[in-house]
Design a protein around this ligand. Structure first.
Ligand code: COA
Ligand code: AMP
Length: 628
C-alpha cells in the first residue's frame, strides 16, 4: 500500500485504523472501543482495555522464543565498557527490581522519579515501574537540583531512583548531592530513594531514606505484571513551556503501546530482531519512545549509548557503534551531525555502513547542509521527522516502512496517519498552500499523545486548546506546500531549541530576575552554527547598582547554571540601559533576535522608543553579533 492509501484509510475510518493497529499488542482485556469523546475536547483512546506495558516490552518476547536475543546493548565509551542484556535477563532484572519496589510499598498509580544517566538500569527502572503500574517521571541529568525539586513537588513521588553519578567527557556529574539538595528544597519528601552505585563514584547513602540498588533487591520475590486500564498514565515527562514551571506531559498507557508499535514498522521499517539506535538520552521524549519503549515493544535490540558524537573518542564514534552492533535504523539530532561534520567535513571517517537502512533526524530543524552531508557520506535515506514531547512520536515523517516518498530538503515531509495538520491564520482559518501560519492539528489527536497535563487541566486547555477551538496548537509556525509537505519554521512561543534540547527563555528570565542587581531582563535565542540556537540574556540593572557589569554577568551565568542546569547552556549576557518594548509594555524579543542574527528587520509600528534599538544593536555588536 502507498502512503496515500494508508493515510486515506485512516481518514476514512480513524477508529478502525487504530483498532486494527491494536492487534500488534498483547491485551489482558482487548479494547472494545477506540476513541472516548465523553469529555471532548479532552479525548482518550482504548479507555476500557486492560494491558501492561512491561509485558509487551519484555515478557511476551521471552515467551515468543526471543529470550536469548539481546534486548539492550550498553555501549559506553566514557567508561570504556560494553554490556549486553538479553530479553530473558531483562525480564529477570526488571521483575526483581519491581518486586523490591513492591516490597517497599510501590503500587499502581504511585509516582516514581528516575534521575539516571545513560545506563541500562535507567530503562530497567522505567520498565519496573510499568510492570507495577507505577507512573514514572524521568528527569534529565543535565538539570540542576532546583529543577528536580520543582518536579518532585509537582508529581509527589513515593520513591526516587537515582544513580550515584553520571559521566560527561570533561567531568563526573555528582547526581547524589544534586538529589539530596533537591529533596532538601522540595516541600514533598519521597518515602525512600534507591541509589544505583556506579564504580566511578560511590555515593554516601542517607540512613533511613536511601537504599542501595542491589541490596534492596536481595531475596525479594519477583513481581508479575499488573494490568492497568487503557487510559492509565504510563509516565509523566516534564517539558519546557512559556513560564518557568515545566509542563507535565501525561502519556496514556494503551495508546502509547499501540502507536509506538505502529511507528516501528511504518516509519522506521524495523521489526523483531532488528537493531535500533536512538542516540538521545532517556531524559528526553526521544529517549522514552525510541531508546526504551518502542524498540522493546517491537522486539528489537536497543542501544543505550553513553557518549557523545565527537570526543568519545572522535567523530567516528557513531559509525563505530553502527557497524559494531549492526544497527539498522539510527536516530539522532541534527546538532550531533553538525558536530561530526565540523570535525570531519569531508566525511573521511565515515566507513561503509552495510547494515544501516536509514538515518532519522528530529528535535530541531534539519538544515540543508547537514542533510546533504549525511546523504553524501552515509549513503542511506536521511529522514527528517517532526514531533514533540506532547505527541511522543512523529507528526510528520517520510514513512520508510510504507513508502519512501520523494525527499524535499527543509521539510520533514508529510502528516502521518492520526494527524490532520493544518496551518491557520490568527483568526483560526486554514490558509492556502505556501502561506505561513500557526501549525495546528485537528482534534482528536491520535492514540498515545497527551490527554492532559499532570495536575494542570486548565493549563492544558489554555496552552493547547483554547486559542484555536477544535484544534491542538503545536506552538510551531510554518507552512504546507501544494504537495502536502510541511515546513517547520519557528516557535510561536518563548521556547528555544539549543542542541536539540527544548528550553524556556521564560524560565531563564525568572532566574535572572532573582539576581539582586537585576531590575528587568530578557532572554532570546540567537542563531548558532553548531547548536541551532544559543540563549543570550539582556540585563537592566537596578538604579543605584554600580557593580562592574562583567561581575553581574558572571554571577547571572552561574545562577542559571545552578538553578536550571548546565543543559541550559546559558553562557552570554549583556547589560543594557533599557529593553525595547511596545507601547503596551511587551518586550520586542522577535526584533532583537532578527538584529542579533543580522537578518533584515522592520521597525515595529508599536515600538515605544525606537532609539533603544540602536543601543541594543551596539550591545549585540560588542558580543560579535548583529552583523549582516
Ligand atoms: N548530565 C549532566 N550534564 C550534561 C548532560 C547530562 N546528561 N548532558 C549535557 N550536559 C552538560 C554538558 O556537559 C555541558 O556542560 P558544560 O557547560 O560544563 O560544558 C552542557 O550540559 C551543555 O551540553 P551540550 O548542549 O550537550 O553541549 P556540548 O558542547 O557538551 O556538546 C553536542 C555539543 C552537539 C556534541 C551535544 O549537544 C550533542 O550531542 N547534542 C545532541 C543532543 C541530542 O541528542 N538531543 C536529543 C534530542 S532528540
Ligand atoms: P521536544 O518537545 O523537546 O521534542 O521539542 C519539540 C519542538 O522541537 C517542536 O515543537 C519543534 O519546535 C522542534 N522540532 C522537533 N523536530 C523538528 C523538526 N524535524 N523540524 C523542525 N523543528 C523540530
Amino acid at each position: 500500500m502507498s502512503y496515500a492509501q494508508v493515510y486515506g484509510q485512516w481518514q476514512q475510518d480513524p477508529e478502525g485504523f487504530w483498532l486494527s493497529a491494536a492487534g500488534g499488542i498483547d491485551w489482558v482485556k482487548k479494547p472494545t472501543n477506540a476513541l472516548n469523546s465523553d469529555r471532548a475536547p479532552l479525548y482518550e483512546w482504548f479507555t476500557d482495555a486492560q494491558v501492561n506495558t512491561c509485558w509487551n516490552a519484555v515478557d511476551r518476547h521471552v515467551i515468543a522464543g526471543r529470550g536469548k536475543q539481546p534486548a539492550i546493548i550498553h555501549d559506553s565509551p566514557v567508561t570504556g565498557t560494553k554490556h549486553v542484556i538479553t530479553y530473558a535477563e531483562l525480564q529477570d532484572r526488571v521483575a526483581r527490581l519491581a518486586g523490591a519496589l513492591k516490597a517497599k510499598g510501590i503500587t499502581k498509580g504511585d509516582r516514581v522519579i528516575i534521575y539516571m544517566p545513560m545506563v541500562p538500569e535507567a530503562l530497567e527502572a522505567m520498565l519496573a515501574c510499568a510492570r507495577l503500574g507505577a507512573i514514572h517521571s524521568v528527569v534529565f541529568g543535565g538539570f540542576a537540583a532546583h529543577e528536580l525539586a520543582v518536579r518532585i513537588d509537582d508529581c509527589t513521588p513515593k520513591a526516587i531512583i537515582a544513580a550515584s553519578c553520571g559521566i560527561e567527557p570533561s567531568r563526573v556529574v555528582h547526581y547524589k548531592p544534586l538529589l539530596d539538595a533537591a529533596i532538601e528544597q522540595a516541600t514533598h519528601k519521597p518515602d525512600f530513594c534507591v541509589i544505583f552505585q556506579r564504580e566511578q563514584e560511590v555515593a554516601k547513602l542517607t540512613p533511613g531514606r536511601d537504599v542501595a540498588w542491589h541490596e534492596f533487591q536481595y531475596g525479594v520475590a519477583p513481581a508479575d505484571c499488573t494490568p492497568v486500564a487503557g487510559n492509565h498514565p504510563a509516565y509523566i515527562l516534564y517539558t519546557s513551556g512559556t513560564t518557568g514551571a515545566p509542563k507535565g506531559v501525561v502519556r496514556p498507557t494503551a495508546g502509547h503501546l499501540v502507536a509506538l508499535n505502529w511507528t516501528m514498522r511504518a516509519i522506521y521499517n524495523c521489526g523483531a530482531g532488528d537493531v535500533f539506535w536512538a542516540a538521545s538520552d532517556v531524559g528526553w521524549v526521544v529517549g522514552h519512545s525510541y531508546i526504551c519503549y518502542a524498540p522493546l515493544i517491537a522486539g528489537c535490540t536497543t542501544i543505550v549509548y553513553e557518549g557523545k558524537p565527537v570526543g568519545t573518542p572522535d567523530a567516528a564514534a557513531f559509525w563505530r557503534v553502527i557497524n559494531e552492533h549492526k544497527v539498522r535504523a539510527f536516530f539522532t539530532a541534527p546538532t550531533a551531525l553538525r558536530a561530526i561534520k565540523r570535525d570531519d567535513p569531508e566525511g573521511k571517517l565515515v566507513p561503509k555502513l552495510p547494515t544501516l537502512q536509514g538515518l532519522y533526524l528530529a528535535g530541531e530543524r534539519a538544515d540543508p547542509d547537514t542533510i546533504h552531508w549525511a546523504q553524501n557520506h552515509l549513503k542511506v535515506p536521511v529522514i527528517d521527522h517532526w514531533w514533540q514531547t506532547e505527541t511522543g512520536y512523529a507528526i510528520a515523517a517520510n514513512p520508510l516502512g510504507i513508502e519512501h516518498l520523494p525527499v524535499k530538503i527543509g521539510s520533514p515531509s508529510v502528516a502521518m496517519p492520526g494527524f490532520d495538520v493544518q496551518v491557520l491564520d490568527e483568526g483560526g482559518h486554514p490558509v492556502s498552500p505556501g502561506t505561513l501560519g500557526a501549525i495546528a492539528i485537528k482534534l482528536p489527536l491520535p492514540p498515545g499523545t497527551l490527554p492532559t497535563l499532570w495536575n494542570a487541566e486548565d493549563r492544558f486547555r489554555k496552552s493547547y486548546l483554547n486559542h484555536f477551538p477544535g484544534y491542538y496548537e503545536t506552538g510551531d509556525a510554518g507552512y504546507i506546500d501544494a504537495d502536502g509537505y510541511l515546513y517547520i519554521m519557528a516557535r510561536t512561543d518563548d521556547v528555544i531549541n539549543v542542541a536539540g534540547h527544548r528550553l524556556s527563555t521564560g524560565a531563564m528570565e525568572e532566574v535572572l530576575a532573582s539576581h539582586k542587581d537585576v531590575a528587568e531582563c530578557a532572554v532570546i535565542g540567537v542563531a548558532d552554527d553548531l547548536k541551532g540556537q544559543s540563549p543570550l540574556g539582556f540585563l537592566c540593572l537596578n538604579k543605584g547598582s554600580n557593580r562592574p557589569h562583567d561581575e553581574v554577568v558572571k554571577e547571572c551565568v552561574k545562577l542559571v547554571r545552578d538553578q536550571i542546569g548546565p543543559v541550559a547552556d546559558f553562557k552570554r549576557a549583556v547589560v543594557v540601559d533599557r529593553l525595547p518594548k511596545t507601547r503596551s509594555g511587551k518586550i520586542l524579543r522577535g526584533t532583537m533576535v532578527k538584529i542579533a542574527d543580522g537578518q533584515p528587520w522592520k521597525m515595529p509600528a508599536t515600538i515605544d522608543d525606537p532609539t533603544i534599538l540602536d543601543e541594543i544593536t551596539t550591545a549585540l555588536q560588542s558580543l560579535g553579533l548583529a552583523r549582516s
